[in-house]
Design a protein. Structure first.
Length: 160
């Protein structure tokens, strides 16, 4: 059940787009920015508010890769496994990150909600391979040790 605050905030997002069905993707982007994912209850509320079927809402949410139906961590780490990165050993980097954060293929977000790790087909930085991004900042020529060091730095910054 949505709280009064969530209802009010969602209504503000919808009203910001004039309640137009044609603004569905933009509305969903704003909702995801607010919650770091698309909560099911809010998607149902959007369907009713915009007079769009839930099936249509979910088809949009699942079609676009940038939408997530699961909560994401404060810091989003994307590990490229495209051809150039794969050939330059991106999988050991992914494995080191997952091991350090105690994550797996099934569990992508740390229990403290600080990190989410995803693999992507290409980050468009093949000349810098292997590459990871953290919150859209590119980190080139990565190694497993360098990735683990970055995570340690980020954890220390969180403590400050």
């Amino acid at each position: 059940m949505l709280t009064e605050k969530e209802l009010r905030e969602t209504d503000e997002i919808i009203e910001g787009y004039g309640g137009r069905k044609s603004s569905l993707i933009a509305i969903m982007q704003d909702v995801q920015s607010k919650y770091r994912y698309l909560p099911g209850e809010i998607l149902s509320y959007l369907a009713k508010s915009l007079d769009i079927s839930e099936a249509k809402i979910y088809s949009v949410a699942t079609f676009y890769e940038n939408f997530s139906l699961e909560p994401k961590g404060k810091n989003l780490i994307k590990v490229c496994d495209g051809t150039a990165c794969h050939v330059k050993h991106s999988l050991p980097i992914l494995n080191a990150i997952r091991k350090t954060l105690k994550l797996s293929d099934e569990q992508k977000t740390t229990e403290d909600g600080l990190f989410t790790v995803e693999t992507v087909a290409c980050l468009g930085a093949c000349g810098l391979a292997p590459v990871i991004t953290i919150n859209d900042k590119v980190h080139a020529a990565m190694t497993p040790d360098a990735a683990v060091a970055l995570l340690s730095e980020m954890r220390e910054e969180e403590k400050v």
